[in-house]
Design a protein around this ligand. Sequence first.
Ligand code: ATP
Ligand code: MG
Length: 562
Amino acid sequence: MDGEAAVYNEGMTGPHFIREIVTADLAAGRNDRRVATRFPPEPNGYLHIGHAKAICLNFGVARDFSGTCNLRFDDTNPAKEEVEYVDAIQADVRWLGFEWGDRLFYASDYFERLYGCAVQLIGDGKAYVDSLTADDIREYRGTLREPGKESPHRSRSIDENLDLFARMRAGEFPDGAHVLRAKIDMASPNITMRDPILYRVRRIHHHRTGDAWCIYPMYDYAHPLSDAFERVTHSLCTLEFEDHRPLYDWLIANVGDLPGHPKQTEFARLNLTYTVMSKRKLLQLVSGGHVAGWDDPRLPTISGMRRRGFTPEAIRRFCDQIGVARRENIIDVGLLEFLVREDLNTRAPRAMAVLRPLKVVIENYPAGQDETFEVANHPKDPAMGTRHVPFGRELYVEHDDFMEAPEKKFFRLSPGREVRLRGAYLITCREVIKNPSGEVVELRCTYDPETRGGDAPDGRKVKATLHWVSAAHALEAEVRLYDRLFTDETPGAGDADFLSQINPQALKVLSGCKLEPSLSDAAPGAQFQFERMGYFCADPESGTERPVFNRTVTLRDGWAKR
Ligand code: ATP
Ligand code: MG
């Protein structure tokens, strides 16, 4: 990770209890003073903002302690896993700004080795083949209050177990006929320790190992051993694995000759308001057609946030600010939006775009004439340069910037009123033209040629400055206004069905928007502040023949007021 730190410094840099643990381990000379972490996604869905927290934590700790961080696919459950996810996960981790170099691993690469460890456990009398049905195994496991019952197969001889396990692998038994279990303690107060299942028979094609295996290791078995094979020192995972830690330690202690002795430490998972994060629910949203795919900009997936125009810097900053704690909490999604806004404020060039156009004809501007204004791309950053914006007799302004009978505090265009067109001229509204149904369709205005650049030589003031686009030069585009996907702060809480809490306003598609022509050069994904309207990015997925811009965030947090 050398060199990375020079480029940026966000991504879990603040003090937190995990850094304290690592610092203490280094001071005590543990693990030969090595720090090795890993990010272990299961390729059964796309990464989300919660994973970003785990990525920043694992890669961040490695970077800050001159250690290493592996990317390991925990691909032990072929029923739900796909190559598409493997590829997307790598792209997302890279986009977030982290590199694993040559440390890309797959739990499936260890299948033979994991099998060997299981044989070793059987040989040591620490694992046995059980032939109870799945229902019986559940029944025998007991409850939180009652101890479990030992399976009648628990006392099988080592030789019989070795023989049965080899035949499980060889495909002699149907799915579910036998499982391999650790022989630990059916009376343990921790249900995880009541002879947990290590292997089961499943005839499923694996995306990497094909049909080579018909038995697959359980996550709880494969995970600690994979950590040990990779000589991980600090295995950081979310709190729901706390009860599994004794099993993690048991495996590390009872499988002999492991190259490493990792330690598991749990931290609180990220929860965000107005957001669901479990892959199961995200998959439901995608496969149920509630959103347009894993990269739908309404989703908290990394690919969705990227398409929406969030920056990796803002996401890393967010992960930094929320910190790492032991207790679960829920973070206001407004913080993420705030940081995106703050980042884009410095980064995004300005442009003018009229989303709901109202035509303006400048009656005293000669027909057929036009001119251009040189406008700064950023009000505070001259290094971002300038661009030329064309002006002509026919323009568009925002429909909302006009009121025929203005309310008390409405200072923008209305009949007889003078306003500034940003960087161009002062104009005065002279006449309102309506269609037969009474809707305002056009304004006839005049301009003051003495006010070129937007200021009157006599010093008279106007109370409003509007953005505008020349009709003759406008780029027509579709603009998609994205908002929070759920109307409820904690979707799915209690008995609520999260699907019934989807915000129908989360996507509004505006067609026929009028953009200043410079935006026709926007690279896919390029971000802009559309003056007065918010931050937008050129949708990276739609072709150039029909430009589409996505709203990333509004200029201010409008949600708090609702
Ligand atoms: P989900 O519960 O969303 O389906 P998962 O935990 O099953 O996710 P994995 O692919 O197993 O997904 O996760 C990879 C890593 O990311 C794990 O170490 C996991 O603890 C961590 N992780 C997953 N969700 C979060 C979250 N919301 N906050 C922090 N870390 C998370
Ligand atoms: Mg998981």
